[in-house]
Ligand binder design. Structure first.
Ligand code: GLU
Length: 349
């Protein structure tokens, strides 16, 4: 009896010490919140070989977290489902919710935030957050090109790397980043360059910030901000103005530009040819729109380089059409005039 009693006491002491040590070790782990929005990373299909005809945004955040138990070795993970959609259906309200939420979390006790997102428009949301979250702690966007049900799905490793990055002290002062395919990119510049390949997120001119080696982030440079970095306070905004993009091609006239203005666009992005060129008929319509004080930003459909041709409108510098649209929306929403908008697009002019 006495013997049993001492075994029980020893066992209780062991459990006490063990749980205390575990709790202490636990408190040492950083807090990371994963905000889920849908996309292929949460996609599923009945077939393991299906990598294109699946249902995006069908698995919940807890399923994604449960699939990668290693996440819990790195951080205290909290998951929150903000939306569960194809990223083509991310709208202004979701963007504003994400930005406000991330600002709130990073101002509190979270070390970093990871956002799971469909890859099609990931660069737009990531750019939006890079312009509206001014924090030293990191925000990391992550997606996948293969659904969770596919052989060699890329989502679990991408998610693990995104959480590792968000928890890393080296990620401080680097703003919003994108992680896919072992690469770390600046949300400011990165774009989706390939419709189907895992190796799709690139910044053609600016390159990557770093990469992952054996599960650990390795950066090429110390932290630096993009030359045209600006910040907007969206805490009081509940919506964003309509800004449309017109894609330029041979034989184009003024029809689409005029339709956009009639539909209520408060700003227009013209995705022009080469260094900001377009057919004469469209050029004349742009000149007319400018007299009505509608800001028009000129980008290049070539996909890389720098738009310097400033015949009329505001040239976008290094930004592509979809990123220029986001910046123009934020500039208009916060009451910028034409001169201010111009400086937002290119500080170096
Ligand atoms: N079209 C879907 C989306 O963007 C799937 C693409 C992806 O996530 O890779 O949400």
């Amino acid at each position: 009896m006495k013997h049993h009693f001492s075994i029980i006491i020893t066992l209780m002491i062991f459990i006490f010490i063990h749980t205390t040590v575990a709790a202490q070790a636990d408190t040492g782990k950083p807090n990371i919140t994963i905000l889920a929005t849908g996309g292929t990373i949460a996609g599923s299909s009945a077939s393991k070989t299906d990598t294109t005809d699946y249902q995006a945004g069908s698995l919940g955040i807890q399923t994604l977290i449960d699939a990668v138990p290693e996440l819990n070795h790195i951080a205290h993970i909290t998951g929150e489902q903000i939306a569960n959609v194809d990223s083509n259906d991310i709208d202004n309200h979701i963007l504003l919710t994400l930005s406000k939420k991330v600002n709130q979390l990073l101002s509190q006790n979270q070390q970093g935030v990871v956002i799971t997102h469909g890859t099609d428009t990931l660069e737009e949301s990531a750019f939006f957050l890079s312009l509206t979250v001014k924090q030293s702690k990191p925000t990391v966007f992550v997606g996948a090109m293969r659904p969770a049900t596919a052989i060699s799905a890329d989502g679990p490793m991408n998610l693990l790397e995104a959480v590792t990055l968000a928890a890393s002290p080296q990620a401080q002062q680097r703003g919003t980043m994108v992680v896919l395919n072992d690469r770390i990119a600046s949300a400011f510049y990165v774009t989706k360059t390939n419709a189907v390949s895992n190796d799709t997120f690139k910044a053609i001119e600016q390159g990557y910030l770093g990469l992952f080696i054996n599960g650990q982030p390795k950066f090429f440079y110390t932290p630096a901000a993009p030359i045209d970095q600006v910040y907007f306070d969206v805490s009081q905004l509940t919506n964003l103005p309509r800004v449309d993009i017109i894609y330029v091609h041979q034989g184009q006239d003024a029809t689409l530009l005029n339709a956009a203005i009639s539909a209520g666009a408060k700003g227009i992005v013209i995705d022009a040819t080469g260094n900001g060129n377009m057919p004469k008929a469209l050029e004349e319509a742009v000149a007319k729109a400018l007299t009505k004080n509608i800001p028009i930003v000129i980008t290049s459909r070539t996909g890389a380089g720098y738009v310097s041709n400033k015949k009329q409108g505001i040239s976008s510098g290094f930004l592509n059409a979809q990123k220029s649209r986001i910046l123009l929306q934020l500039a208009i929403a916060t009451g910028a005039n034409l001169t201010q908008i111009e400086t937002y697009f290119d500080h170096q002019r």
